[in-house]
Design a protein around this ligand. Structure first.
Ligand code: BES
Ligand code: ZN
Length: 455
């Protein structure tokens, strides 16, 4: 039996297992889901043990890490596979066609929170490795699997875990599938990710909600004020107006610009895919440059005042919003958070109180764009997808990739199987069945391709 035959023969079981994995509401950011996150980690650990890995659930200061290994031959390369079993909050529930943690296949897609990001993608490697193991009785490489439970919460405890377990995690290269293809017809290998800096901004005005007839026009309204302040965060050219925001930021290199221009980017399909009639962003840069190579600032949520039915004429005592900034090489998360705080405090009217919670984040990463490991990964993707991958960057963040380099000295191969239309972090997240299948196939070829690389 070949690994591909094994995949075909175990198809039903493979989907049942994926659906079970998805059924745990492992939302790392919601404290009330702590036990669900742990249960998901336990299930995954037991599953990895059942297919032949030495697996354990390891505590951290936050959610536990699933660690598993299969060591064959000291002379063979050692590959550290990374993924995450936690997911983003499913809310708002009412916008889901079927419940987020009950996976369902419709029109060629698996619908569920985590279907793509990142349970589905992580599972492709688990099933690919299982197929090689069962079909050939062994693996051509040494495998270490590190599947964490708090990537969607900034991987806050993982850097410490890496430092404490350097020996255990010794490897030659890291493999991550938590990114995307370029489009439906074009698989990709990713060579750069943006970083992130996260904050929450609180504006305090009067010490209670007050009647807008009595106080409207006499005091600073916290909601009006917050909205005005948010409007000061960009200039008319779409640049972020926070002083010092671009310090150390280099424009995309000539090589990068040329590389992006070669990609089959279709602007009208891009707009159509999310139902917008036009595009907007920093003047002087193309859409792909804006998304992948330029730093940005976005409000992710804003709160204040009465939101129920009917009228309620108040001036709310408080308003707040969550702001994240996507970073590029040269920017440091805490420095950027500090600059935002300074600017907001400077522009706010004196009569409101401004508080900025600074959560920091992760720096941007660039991984090698050539070399034997990358070529091996490209060959595996080409074999799995029946088409050679293109080289892209992505605008999202995977915080630990920087740490792999700095703490473990390891480069990362970013081979993602998702699509930008998979609704990750949104209602009706999905993963194409065919991409899951091609991902599993890629994952059966990858160990053999990586085994060919001379250490
Ligand atoms: N899988 C994503 C990263 C990603 C998103 C890659 C889009 C390529 C395109 C990852 O799970 C993620 O969402 N990360 C968070 C990290 C944050 C919470 C620190 C992100 O980018 O928002
Ligand atoms: Zn992810």
């Amino acid at each position: 039996m070949t690994p591909l035959e094994y995949l075909a023969q175990t198809e039903k079981q493979r989907f049942d297992e994926l659906f079970k994995f998805i059924s745990f509401p492992s939302v790392s950011g919601q404290p009330e889901r702590k036990a669900d996150v742990a249960a998901c980690g336990q299930w995954l650990t037991a599953h990895l043990a059942s297919i032949g890995f030495k697996a354990q659930l390891m505590p951290t200061g936050g959610h536990p890490v699933v660690y598993a290994e299969y060591l064959t031959d000291k002379k063979a390369p050692t590959i550290l596979y990374y993924g995450h079993y936690d997911v983003q909050p499913p809310e708002p529930f009412e916008l889901w066609t079927t419940p987020p943690f009950e996976a369902q296949i419709r029109d060629g897609y698996i619908y569920a929170r985590g279907a793509c990001d990142d349970k589905g993608q992580t599972f492709t490697h688990i099933k690919g490795l299982e197929a090689v193991l069962k079909a050939t009785g062994s693996l051509p490489i040494n495998v270490k699997l590190l599947i964490e439970g708090e990537e969607e919460s900034h991987s806050a405890n993982l850097p410490k875990f890496l430092k404490a377990n350097k020996d255990m995690l010794k490897a030659d290269i890291v493999v991550v599938s938590d990114t995307g293809q370029f489009n439906e017809k074009t698989p990709a290998v990713t060579f750069g990710l943006r970083g992130i800096a996260s904050t929450e901004v609180f504006i305090d005005g009067p010490d209670r909600d007050v009647h807008s007839g009595s106080f409207g026009g006499t005091i600073a309204n916290p909601i009006n004020t917050l909205c005005w302040m948010v409007a000061q965060l960009h200039d008319k050219n779409g640049k972020v107006a926070v002083p010092g925001f671009y310090a150390g930021v280099k424009p995309p290199s000539k090589w990068e610009r040329t590389q992006f221009k070669k990609l089959p980017f279709n602007e009208s399909a891009y707009k159509k895919s999310i139902g917008v009639s036009g595009l907007q962003g920093e003047k002087g840069f193309s859409t792909l440059e804006r998304a992948w190579s330029r730093p940005t600032l976005d409000v992710n949520g804003i709160t204040g005042g009465y939101q129920g039915e009917g009228a309620k004429t108040i001036i709310a005592g408080k308003a707040s919003c969550k702001i994240t900034m996507r970073l590029v090489p040269g920017q440091k998360p805490m420095d950027i958070c500090n600059k935002l705080e300074r600017y907001l405090k400077k522009i706010a009217p004196k009569s409101v109180k401004v508080k900025v919670d600074k959560h920091g984040g992760a720096r941007a990463v660039q991984v090698p764009i050539e070399g034997p490991w990358l070529e091996a990964a490209s060959r595996a993707v080409a074999a799995g997808f029946g088409k050679k991958p293109v080289f892209i960057k992505e605008g999202g963040s995977i915080p630990v990739v920087v740490e792999f380099k700095e703490t473990l000295g390891l480069d990362t191969l970013l081979i993602g199987f998702g699509l930008s239309t998979d609704n990750i972090h949104s209602p009706n997240e999905r993963f194409r069945v065919i991409d899951f299948e091609r991902g599993c196939k890629t994952a059966t070829f990858l160990p053999f391709e990586l085994a060919k690389v001379k250490k």
